[in-house]
Structure formats: structure tokens, C-alpha cells
Design a protein around this ligand. Structure first.
Ligand SMILES: Cc1cc2nc3c(=O)[nH]c(=O)nc-3n(C[C@H](O)[C@H](O)[C@H](O)COP(=O)(O)OP(=O)(O)OC[C@H]3O[C@@H](n4cnc5c(N)ncnc54)[C@H](O)[C@@H]3O)c2cc1C
Length: 422
């Protein structure tokens, strides 16, 4: 006989979006849920993501969408098909937060921040009876198998749930709660963990003093090329390197190259909207005694930052118009290192899918599931991070229901899910 849902207890360790969506699904199915988090409040990284408008997901075709997960595509595809961009938007709208598609195809809540969404979500969870144990740091398992937490008084608190969902996040921005200390706990249980590495991060470049003066200045409407892949967008000059959307989009490949060979050469096109021929023609105009900077500004439309970058790469600028045009369209930037994981947008590495069954349960720890950024996948920015976080959180909840022998049909999201269940 199936156990009654209300007699089943679930512990969700980690109150980020992966843990909270799992909590909603399980509580909606009638399971008694406690969310444990080491911070005084949950969803801090989600709130931080909201500072950039909260790019929830992307509106492109699902076929193309799932390719963003590269090697993890085969595993994540069915989970994203089960809870895809449309579902995520509908869920967000169900919490009173209408969404819109931006010009780049990215999807945001109209409020362009996370706080109203999180407020509504927490109210819904409380309505479903979800308990929150905050300032509870997970320490692993006791020898007798109980989950062990340290509470704010430094005491050990134990829990013996019927199922556990680990949703402890990666290790970027550790001050928001996710510090990756769970890797040691799981390694002690003989679970292989792919080393945590920065993803969607900046790179270091040994700038000259002149370039350092441009710290914080954006490079707009540029294109970056690496290993034959070209990305149009923006970048930002930092005191010791470069970051921003176009850099993040190539960051996985660039990181792997820097790790492999110590550096990576990125090609910067300062005028991607002009063909080489068109630019050569412009640069063939008489200089009429103008300084190189004035000429480049007027003939090629280059900003002072773009001119400084050209000079950084070639102190003696080519005189021949075509050679100069070639440099403007393929300026080599040698990246010598990655920015640290602490400052990265997301984390690569984590629990390999080989350690999990099809329901995201750890093969070595029956009844323990894992979801979100602690799993070994990575994706560019554009809403792909949160989409996979939500989809894996729900997949883990579905797996937990199966483990508890509660019918899958009980899994619904929304304010009335508990009522529907009863
Ligand atoms: C600046 C920034 C901007 C971003 N913008 C976007 C965006 O616009 N779109 C997008 O798709 N993604 C974005 N992301 C990424 C996105 O926020 C994450 O991928 C997502 O939050 C991961 O969710 P999660 O639930 O797996 O982990 P987290 O959100 O990291 O949550 C994990 C939770 O576990 C808790 N925890 C960790 N260790 C312990 C422990 N030992 N004991 C108890 N609790 C613990 C933490 O306190 C935390 O609350 C951004 C990230 C950053 C840093």
C-alpha cells in the first residue's frame, strides 16, 4: 500500500530556486517539507540575479535551447521538456509576476527584479505548510544516518526525513550562502565530484597602465571569436582584464584553453557591422593631417577605448588601410587567467550525472536526491542557468515522490495544489 503523503517527511537542504521549487512540488503533493538553509533568509542568489533584471529563461526554440547545455544536453533535455521555458513563465505569472521577452529573446519578469517573485513564492510555500529552518548549516550525516545541522546556537540538530533533496548550489558568490563545502561531505561518502570551476566569468589580461585607465568602460556592439565561434555583444574592461556578456558566452571554451595551455587568444572585432572591404574603403580616405586617434574616430567610428586597445596590441599601427582594417576586425587579446570562482556568475563541475539515477537520486545514497547548480552541468547566461535549476529541482521532487510511492499525478505547482491533492 502507498504511504499517505502527509505521513511522509522531506528535508530540502538549500533554499535557492532548486530547493524551493522542489519544496513547492512536494508540499503540494501533501508531503511534510522542511527547508534547511545556512543563511538567515532563503533565495539570496536569486535576489542577486534580480539585480540584472532576473533573466528567467529564453524564448528560443526548445531544440536550440537544450543545445546550450553542451555535454549535459542528453541528460537535461528530458527534464527541460518536462518543465520548459513556457512552464517557467506560466509558473512565474501564476505568482502574479508577468513576464516579457526582451529584444535578445531573453525572458524577464516585468518587474525586472526578483524580490516580488520571491515574496509571493515564500507566501505560497508557507500556505502549503513548508517549514523553514534557517541559520542551519548542513554538516553531513551522523554515523546512524541522520542529517546533521549546526544551528545558530552552535548545537547539532538532527533530522530523519523519509527523503532528502540536496540543493546546495555551486560556489560562486559564497557570501550569498553557497560555498561548495558540500563537496567534501559527499566525497567522504565515496561520491565522485567534478572539481568546482568558475563559469560565466571574466579573464585576466596584463593591461598596460594606459589601458587600466579605461577600467569600467564598456565595449559595445563588438564581436569576439574563439575556436571558430563568434559571439556578438558587449564586454567590459576591468582593472586586470575583461568580462561581460560576450566574454561569458565563450568562457567555458576559453577557461578550458587557459587551463590546458596557460593562455588563450581571443579575437576582438571592434566593427562587426562593417565588412573588411567597407572598413578598408573608409580607412583609405585622406588623413588630412589628422592625428591617428582623430582619424580612427572619424573614419572607423572607433571610441578612445577602441583606439587604446589597438595601440595596446600594435604600438606601431599599420599604415596600409587593409592591414589596419584587418587589425580592427581581428584584434588579438591574450587572456592569461580566469577570474576566481568567488566572482563568477555560475559554477561548472559538481555531482556528475553518472552518480545519479534517472530521477536524480544518488545511486550510493538511496532516498537522497540532488538538484540545481550542484550538479555537473554548465550553460551560458541567457536564462539557461535558472531554467535548468528549476527543471532539475522539479525532477528531483518527482523522483522523491516516486521513492515515497506517491503517485506522480500529485505533482502540481500553484497555490491550489494542496487542495487539488486532498
Ligand atoms: C550575480 C549573479 C547573477 C545571476 N543572474 C542570473 C540570471 O539572470 N539568470 C539565470 O538564469 N541565472 C542567473 N544567475 C545564476 C543563478 O542565480 C543560479 O544558477 C541559481 O541561483 C542556482 O540555484 P540553486 O538553487 O542551485 O543554488 P543557490 O541559489 O546557490 O542556492 C543554494 C542554497 O543552499 C544554501 N546552502 C549552501 N550550503 C549550505 C549548507 N552547508 N547548509 C545549509 N544551506 C546551504 C545556500 O545558502 C543557498 O541558499 C546569477 C548568478 C549570480 C551570482
Amino acid at each position: 500500500m502507498s504511504p499517505s503523503p502527509s505521513s511522509s517527511r522531506a528535508a530540502i537542504v538549500g533554499g535557492g530556486p532548486a530547493g524551493l521549487i522542489a519544496a513547492e512540488a512536494l508540499a503540494g503533493a501533501g508531503v511534510a517539507v522542511t527547508v534547511y538553509d545556512r543563511m538567515p533568509s532563503v533565495g539570496r542568489k536569486l535576489l542577486m540575479a534580480g539585480r540584472g533584471g532576473l533573466n528567467l529563461t529564453h524564448s528560443e526554440d526548445l531544440e536550440r535551447f537544450v543545445t546550450r547545455y553542451a555535454e549535459a544536453e542528453p541528460v537535461l533535455k528530458p527534464l527541460i521538456e518536462a518543465f520548459g521555458p513556457r512552464d517557467l513563465r506560466a509558473w512565474c505569472e501564476g505568482l502574479g509576476q508577468d513576464t516579457f521577452v526582451g529584444s535578445s529573446g531573453r525572458v524577464f519578469p516585468k518587474a525586472f527584479k526578483a524580490s516580488p517573485l520571491l515574496r509571493g513564492w515564500l507566501a505560497r510555500l508557507e500556505g502549503l505548510g513548508v517549514r523553514f529552518a534557517l541559520r542551519h548549516t548542513w554538516r553531513g550525516w551522523d554515523p546512524d544516518g541522520a542529517l546533521a545541522f549546526t544551528n545558530p546556537d552552535g548545537e547539532t540538530v538532527r533530522a530523519r526525513p523519509d527523503v532528502t533533496i540536496l540543493a546546495l548550489g555551486g560556489a560562486s558568490w559564497p557570501r550569498l550562502g553557497s560555498d561548495g563545502t558540500w563537496t567534501e561531505i559527499l566525497r567522504e561518502r565515496a561520491i565522485a565530484i567534478a572539481p568546482l570551476r568558475p563559469a560565466n566569468m571574466g579573464f585576466t589580461l596584463p593591461w598596460s597602465d594606459i589601458m587600466r585607465r579605461f577600467e569600467g568602460e564598456p565595449l559595445k556592439r563588438i564581436a569576439l571569436t574563439f575556436e571558430g565561434v563568434t559571439v556578438k555583444g558587449e564586454a567590459l574592461v576591468t582593472a586586470d582584464g575583461i568580462e561581460g556578456g560576450a566574454v561569458y558566452a565563450l568562457s567555458g571554451r576559453l577557461r578550458n584553453a587557459v587551463e590546458r595551455q596557460g593562455s588563450a587568444q581571443l579575437l576582438l572585432d571592434l566593427r562587426p557591422d562593417l565588412s573588411l572591404d567597407a572598413l578598408t574603403k573608409r580607412l583609405s580616405a585622406p588623413r588630412k593631417g589628422q592625428s591617428a586617434s582623430t582619424f580612427l574616430r572619424k573614419a572607423a567610428g572607433l571610441s578612445p577605448l577602441a583606439v587604446a586597445l589597438l595601440r595596446e596590441s600594435a604600438p606601431e599601427l599599420p599604415v596600409a588601410p587593409e592591414a589596419l582594417a584587418r587589425l580592427i576586425k581581428a584584434l588579438p587579446l591574450t587572456l592569461t587567467g580566469t577570474k576566481s570562482l568567488e566572482r563568477a556568475i555560475s559554477t561548472a563541475g559538481g555531482i556528475p550525472f553518472g552518480e545519479l539515477d534517472d530521477h536524480l537520486m544518488l545511486k550510493r545514497l538511496p532516498g537522497v536526491f540532488a538538484a540545481g547548480e550542484m550538479l555537473d552541468w554548465e550553460a551560458p547566461t541567457g536564462g539557461y542557468l535558472l531554467q535548468a535549476t528549476f527543471a532539475t529541482g522539479l525532477a528531483a521532487a518527482r523522483g522523491a515522490l516516486k521513492f515515497l510511492r506517491i503517485p506522480d499525478a500529485a505533482l502540481t505547482l500553484g497555490p491550489s495544489s494542496a487542495t487539488r491533492q486532498s
